[in-house]
Design a protein around this ligand. Structure first.
Ligand code: PEP
Ligand code: MG
Length: 555
């Protein structure tokens, strides 16, 4: 038995045969095949291009109807890449000038683009490289009239590859695909995002541990721990079968908690909300009985696109979330762009230290046009449900006041134009910098609520980059300094009569639920699949009994 350890992307356990696909980087057709009739070759290329575009249109429609527009957008982007004049022109020039096959020309031009981009050390660019490879693979496939792989991907098994293209994931049959293993560790790639949306079990970041010789072997994929067992021994099979049963039972039991209150044994209530990044998350939010949305990461509406989303587009997205949530509270965090979340059209400068640079509220206050457009969309949507606004990365009272001033201006403009909105819309501060923690008493006088972003608070307090593998062992949200800061923020909030929540990943940690209840945290907001587990923990806790002991233990 061989055990591989990777990163869990989509949780669950499955048993099956592993089928390793060719490395995506092998897509290049390196054989410089000479041709005689260049115009015939050009027609072959144009025909292949047409088939590829048709295939992308179908994929767009499929993902649009089965998942959502945002997930489908990647196929629109790929279509634009295939149609790109400079890309097509270079391919045609190569066919005509060098008398080479269209497959070779496509591969050659795509490889040049990839080589050029590979020099840039940037997560976003790495993902664009995957897009170019995907487009190149599809084009050569369509030129050859090759549909072999597509049929093969419908067989029942667990697929492994260095990377999957979004179209490969989208074409997978959710019934027969028992899981996917990925060598690449880019868990935010389009492939991983689609796997999550389609609920296909997935472990990524396996690197070279996943070898060609594992092809065809029986494996167990443990997506809960990110472990893969190749040719498992009988003890492991039995252990994982038991884990599978427990996992199934656990989810069945948790299902019984739907509709129940988040109340401790001694009657203390807490709000359990969901974090979302797009409308497509709403089914899971409702399926897990979230009491509201505690963090709508609105910047995801701005990513993976060529230009700013219009006010109308944003308004429709916010309105849809509010309507689907049927009057439950929805907290929209304003644009938290920058650092790892980049959109090219923002033309953000390259910075040595982007996590501490030009990002989030700093950009919004510096570019009021963009900020006002988003606020207008949120305020217009506020007429359709219960919405609150939350500002990220705040470090001073002045900053928060400036943000509120812009909201006031937008409100005035809407009023002048008789556009309805919630006049009493609540505005909160995301406490995710040590600065905000230590002035939380002053911020509390200005804010309607606080939500503690422990992900950034941990990185800024411990000076440990949350994206850097090299220091990931030092990224310790249990550090006393973090937990004490949470207490300070909670005390300051309550002293000034406002509520306080936690929307960082720490909210999902069952080992800390007792502490958060003891500190009188009012709300925990998390990825929806964790909600019922935390509800169970809350309902099993007697705060009065454990408070003193727990506070002593952690603080
Ligand atoms: C946080 O920083 O804790 C947070 C919730 O925001 P994000 O992870 O989007 O930075
Ligand atoms: Mg943050």
């Amino acid at each position: 038995m061989t055990v591989l350890k990777g990163k869990s992307v989509v949780k669950g356990i499955s048993f099956g045969k592993l089928s390793i696909k060719n490395n995506v980087s092998d897509i290049y057709c390196d054989v410089k095949c000479k041709i005689n009739d260049t115009e015939l070759e050009v027609r072959r290329y144009e025909n292949g291009k047409k088939i590829a575009i048709d295939r992308l249109k179908k994929l767009y429609d499929k993902v649009f109807s089965e998942v959502d527009k945002e997930s489908a957008m990647i196929f629109e982007v790929h279509k634009m890449m295939i149609e790109d004049e400079s890309y097509c022109g270079s391919i045609l020039d190569l066919i005509r000038n060098e008398k080479v096959s269209s497959e070779y020309a496509v591969s050659c031009i795509s490889k040049k683009m990839v080589d050029k981009l590979s020099e840039v050390d940037d997560e976003y660019i790495r993902e664009r490289i995957a897009d170019i490879k995907d487009v190149s693979l599809l084009l050569t496939d369509c030129i050859r009239g090759d549909s072999h792989e597509k049929c093969e991907m419908n067989n029942e098994c667990i697929w492994g590859a260095s990377d999957f293209t979004p179209s490969q994931i989208a074409e997978m049959n959710g019934e027969t695909t028992k899981g996917i293993l990925i060598r690449s560790g880019a868990v935010n790639s389009h492939a991983c995002i689609l796997a999550k949306a389609m609920n296909i079990l997935c472990v990524a970041g396996l690197g070279d541990l996943l070898e060609e010789e594992h092809n065809g072997k029986d494996i167990i994929l443990d997506g809960l721990s990110g472990t893969v067992y190749i040719e498992p021994d009988i003890t492991t099979i039995n252990r994982l079968k038991r884990k599978f049963k427990m996992c199934k039972k656990h989810y069945e039991l948790l299902n019984n908690l739907k509709g129940k209150e988040n109340i401790t044994m001694d009657g203390k209530k807490i709000k359990l909300y969901a974090n979302i990044g797009s409308i497509s998350d709403l089914d899971i939010v409702k399926g897990n009985d979230a009491g509201g949305i505690g963090l709508f990461r609105s910047e995801f509406l701005y990513l993976r696109r060529k230009n700013y989303p219009s006010e109308e587009e944003q308004f429709n997205a916010y309105k849809k979330v509010l309507e689907e949530m049927e009057n439950k509270e929805v907290i929209i965090r304003t644009l938290d762009i920058g650092a790892d979340k980049k959109a090219e059209y923002f033309n953000l400068p390259k910075e040595d230290n982007p996590a501490m640079g030009y990002r989030a509220i700093r950009i919004c206050l510096d570019r009021p046009q963009i900020f006002k457009q988003q606020l207008r969309a949120i305020l217009r949507a506020s007429a359709f449900g219960k919405v609150s606004i939350m500002f990220p990365m705040i470090i001073s009272v002045e900053e928060f006041k400036s943000a509120k001033k812009v909201v006031k201006e937008v409100k005035r403009e809407l009023k002048e134009n008789n556009i309805p909105f919630d006049k009493n819309i609540k505005m909160g501060v995301m406490i995710e910098t040590p600065a905000a923690v230590f002035i939380s008493d002053e911020l509390a006088r200005e804010a309607d609520f606080f939500s503690i972003g422990t992900n950034d608070l941990t990185q800024y307090s411990l000076a440990v980059d949350r994206q850097n593998n090299k220091v990931s062992d030092m990224y310790d949200p249990y550090h006393k300094s973090i937990l004490r800061m949470i207490k300070l923020v909670a005390d300051n909030a309550h002293k000034h009569g406002i509520w306080v929540g936690i929307c960082g990943e720490l909210a999902t940690d069952e080992n800390l639920t007792e502490l958060f209840l003891s500190l009188d945290i009012d709300e925990l907001s998390m990825s929806s699949p964790f909600i019922l587990g935390i509800r169970k923990k809350v309902r099993e806790t007697n705060v009065d009994e454990i408070r003193e002991k727990v506070i002593k233990k952690f603080l």
